[in-house]
Design a protein around this ligand. Structure first.
Ligand SMILES: [Zn+2]
Length: 274
């Protein structure tokens, strides 16, 4: 599933490609992807609306429209938002098409149909899945080490599970959580409450660093993720532990291991991460 750096890369592309464009027609081939409101109201609310801004919150993509509405897209497993010339043939899994006034389309592709789209009032994020309850943005300027430390101090349970919890911190998924814990030298098996102040500090920096590097590389592409132009990211070439099972650790040479933790495949170095 696309995480913060992948969604950020998609948003950057969309911003450049479609900000200021007007949606002239909406085609919905798979109504169940529209989670709120119904498909008819969704189409009605978007037709003839100009896209003022595209932005990211956690793993959600938000399109602010002229007026007071915002379209929210969660890509989940295999969702893609692609800008294509109107004349381009539809992909087999193109399910929602936004025809723009500049003869391009914004197309939502989703082979596994887990993605979700919402059209909400900008002032009320409640109907848009978990958007309203997201935790802080890890790369926001006001997200300080003190705030991170304070939020951690009130939490119990496993550190990996906590980092994956979108209400605790927004945007991290399996890839960047494993990478951040490796950078911090913290075992994914640790209890959040057991982290020392220096460890919390390393984790805070590790999270910000891997996310920034991920954005710089245009995200991580194993199979599904593509940016708004359909291009792959490059961060898969810079991963230290994620999907590196059996490879030698870059720090110490020990074999990277994979276990199931918090319901997810978890990659770590048994020697560097204590
Ligand atoms: Zn190691």
């Amino acid at each position: 599933m696309p995480e913060l750096p992948e969604v950020e890369t998609i948003v950057k592309g969309l911003k450049a490609l479609i900000s200021g464009s007007k949606i002239v027609k909406v085609k919905v081939k798979e109504p169940r992807l529209i989670a709120f409101p119904g498909a008819a109201d969704f189409i009605d609310g978007l037709t003839d609306r100009e896209i003022l801004m595209v932005r990211r919150r956690g793993k959600y993509i938000l399109f602010d429209l002229v007026g007071d509405k915002t379209m929210v897209v969660h890509l989940r497993m295999t969702g893609r938002l692609l800008v294509k010339p109107r004349a381009a043939v539809y992909d087999k899994h193109t399910y929602i098409i936004f025809e723009l006034d500049n003869s391009d389309d914004l197309r939502f592709n989703n082979s596994r149909k887990f993605g979700r789209l919402y059209l909400i009032d900008r002032c009320n994020e409640q109907p848009a899945g978990g958007l309203a309850s997201l935790g802080p943005e890890p790369l926001a300027e006001d997200f300080s080490e003190d705030i991170f430390s304070e939020r951690l101090s009130s939490r119990k349970g496993n550190i990996k599970a906590l980092l994956l919890n979108q209400n605790f911190i927004a945007g991290l998924g399996n890839i960047y959580t494993d990478e951040a814990l490796f950078r911090a030298g913290i075992s994914p098996f640790r209890d959040a409450a057991s982290l020392s102040q220096p460890e919390i500090s390393k984790l805070y920096q590790g999270i910000r660093l891997v996310l920034q590097e991920g954005i710089k590389a245009g995200g991580t592409s194993f199979s599904d993720y593509r940016n708004a132009l359909g291009e792959k990211g490059l961060f898969q070439n810079q991963l230290s532990v994620y999907q590196q099972t059996g490879h030698a650790c870059l720090n110490c040479g020990q074999e990277i291991r994979k276990v199931k933790l918090a319901g997810r495949g978890t990659h770590y170095c048994p020697s560097c991460q204590q």
